[in-house]
Design a protein around this ligand. Structure first.
Ligand code: NAD
Ligand code: UDP
Length: 319
């Protein structure tokens, strides 16, 4: 197949690209580099089955030839990233979604929307099932991300119901692994960078808030299985192994025993969800998917990836 991936130079999309190329498909990556990096796709240079188009999907995309699948992965994804690029985040998850749904109709391509656990906001039930409607502050400091992602889900379902678009929706829970931007402020990469540099690990609040961390190889396998399923409603993808942020900090330190870092506490950002854990019953039943990489194993792989490039001189050069 010929597969288009928006946000192709991003963390998740670059791993998804590798998986699809391994499966023998041709891939067209589209990105405007607002938060992604050319380094994430450097290894694909010279690959005849990979094509890169620098383009902002807020603008309609003209593309020659057939397209069989469209994965809409483009969007700033870290709280720092989407607050820095508020309007671009709103637009890529509204006009961008709309444009790619139109393209999917034009090309008769199947469309997958990369939505998020942020649709559940600060959830009042834990774990979160897909039929939970969420608890989102529509004007808060996460609203420029949460509400347009919710709009994207609504838009995707409208195109499916009224125009017969062949669509899929995934709600991705916190995912980590190599190729995350070391400075985008997300918790796992921040703690690893800090620990490798003997800097304090910045736990926000008391660190009692929870997250559930999925390793990237598990996640992209789930994304691909969803695309190839015949299920149109949202599917949670994430690892249900829930842990407090303070315990993540301790676990990272235990895996880098040479680190001289200590844990420090900083103020809790506004609207930070107090709990987050996916109920993955639907993914198990419909996709036969379950994560296989333990947090300890995944963190070790990620630390190994960053050990050389995040030592102090390299990090200073990269900044
Ligand atoms: P990322 O920032 O590494 O990747 C996103 C990519 O989209 C970047 O390369 C960026 O430059 C590109 N992009 C943004 N706006 C664009 C536009 N208008 N046109 C073209 N390209 C654009 O983030 P990620 O973690 O890989 O996230 C990928 C997707 O998965 C996002 O849609 C995000 O909302 C979703 N998601 C990720 C997580 C996670 O834990 N990583 C959790 C929930 C949802
Ligand atoms: N967090 C933290 N220290 C950091 C970065 C994040 O304590 O340096 C916390 C943050 O407050 C949140 C959790 O870790 O409760 C996950 O944050 P992240 O930015 O990775 O993603 P979120 O799940 O909040 O979108």
């Amino acid at each position: 197949m010929r597969v288009l991936i928006s946000g192709g130079a991003g963390f998740l999309a670059s791993h998804l690209t590798d998986l699809l190329l391994e499966q023998g498909h041709d891939v067209v990556g589209v990105d405007n580099f607002i938060t992604g990096k050319a380094d994430n796709i450097r290894h694909l240079e010279g690959n005849a089955r990979y094509k890169f188009i620098k383009h902002d999907v807020i603008e309609p995309l003209k593309i020659d030839g057939t397209i069989d699948r469209i994965y809409h992965m483009a969007s700033p994804a870290s709280p720092i990233g989407y607050v820095k690029h508020q309007i671009a985040t709103v637009k890529v998850n509204s006009q961008g979604t709309w444009n790619l749904l139109e393209l999917s109709l034009e090309k008769k391509a199947r469309f997958l929307m990369a939505s998020t656990s942020e649709c559940y906001g600060d959830p009042t039930i834990n774990p979160q099932k897909e039929d939970y409607w969420g608890n989102v502050n529509p004007i808060g400091m996460r609203s420029m991300y949460d509400e347009p992602k919710r709009f994207s889900e609504a838009c995707t379902m409208a195109y499916h119901r009224e125009r017969g678009a062949d669509t899929r929706i995934i709600r991705i829970f916190n995912t980590y692994g190599p190729r995350m931007d070391p400075y985008d402020g997300r918790v796992v990469i921040s703690f690893i960078r800090q620990a490798l540099n003997d800097e304090p690990l910045t736990v926000f609040g008391e660190g009692k808030q929870t997250r559930s961390l999925c390793y990237v190889s598990d996640l992209v396998r789930g994304i691909n299985l969803t695309m190839e399923s015949d299920f149109h409603e949202p599917i949670n993808l994430g690892n249900p192994d829930e842990i407090t942020i303070l315990d993540i900090a301790k676990e990272v330190l235990s895996l880098i025993p040479t680190s001289k870092s200590k844990i420090t506490h900083q103020p809790m950002p506004p609207d930070d969800p107090r709990v987050r854990c996916p109920d993955i019953t639907r993914a198990k039943q419909i996709l036969g998917w379950t994560p296989t990489v333990s947090r300890r194993e995944g963190l070790k792989k990620m630390i190994d990836f960053y050990r050389d490039q995040l030592t102090k001189p390299a990090a200073a050069a990269a900044k």
